[in-house]
Design a protein around this ligand. Structure first.
Ligand code: C5P
Length: 229
């Protein structure tokens, strides 16, 4: 069994594009969708994205853009040139509207990062927000849909309530995935691949369970099997 599941996104959280290319080669047909984040974007990540697209892979560029609308719009237009499939921005209305305008005419889908999972209620209060984390997540999902973007990044614990309140017409991309019995690492609230899909996530972002596995391709195939089950 070597076929990939396009709902599985392997995070290329590695120190160099050379390491990332090796992992992509090792994974072969077991993975068809890759996330390139802030670690690689400044050191050749965009060229890597173009290469992956030329090799018929899907690419998620995890920029988490957050700037004035004019800059977000122009940055999005620049990012579109790589031909990537997904781009993250912070889920603030003006930022999301600007990214939505910037990607016009392309196939790039925009995801809103609602509330980063490193923030708890106390930290949000310290930052001046008048919402608890759960309420701010739900408010920002609503604003993402109002802005016309394609989906959100959310934990698998948040997904059922988000689906219940806002329906099924958008992407939920979920990190914090651990196969049954795997080490959680620094992730606090981990969910298995099967539970995440059942909870309403459309895509799973998996980093260390694949990129630190002794046999990454076997790990990816096992996760794919768990998603199907
Ligand atoms: O190694 P692991 O599977 O924990 O990696 C998860 C990936 O998802 C990393 O690239 C991490 O930056 C990203 N991510 C996350 N939690 C969020 C948003 C993104 O773990 N809330």
């Amino acid at each position: 069994m070597s076929q990939s599941d396009p709902r599985l996104i392997a995070a290329l959280d590695l120190p160099s594009t050379g390491d990332a290319r090796s992992l992509v080669q090792t994974l072969g047909e077991s993975v068809s969708f890759y996330k390139i984040g802030l670690q690689l974007l400044p050191i050749g990540g965009m060229d890597l994205a173009r290469e992956l697209k030329a090799a018929d892979k899907q690419v998620f560029l995890d920029y988490k853009l957050h700037d004035i609308p004019a800059t977000v719009e122009k940055a999005t237009r620049s990012i579109v040139t790589a031909g990537a499939d997904l781009l993250t921005v912070h889920a603030e209305p003006a930022v999301m509207r600007a990214a939505h305008t910037g990607r016009e005419g392309s196939d790039l889908k925009i995801l809103g990062v609602t509330v980063m999972t490193c923030y708890d209620d106390e930290m949000l209060e310290e930052m001046g927000y008048g919402f608890k984390a759960r309420d701010l997540v739900l408010r920002r999902v609503e604003q993402s849909l109002e802005a016309g973007i394609d989906g959100i990044v959310a934990s698998a614990q948040e997904a059922p309530e988000i689906r219940e309140r806002f329906g099924n017409g958008f992407l939920i991309v979920t990190p914090g995935i651990r196969p049954a019995g795997a080490d959680a690492g620094d992730q606090k609230r981990v969910v298995t691949p099967g539970d995440a899909i059942r909870n309403g996530s459309t895509h799973l972002v998996v980093g260390r369970p694949i990129n630190a596995a002794p046999d990454p391709a076997a790990a990816a195939r096992a996760i794919t099997a768990e998603m199907a089950g």
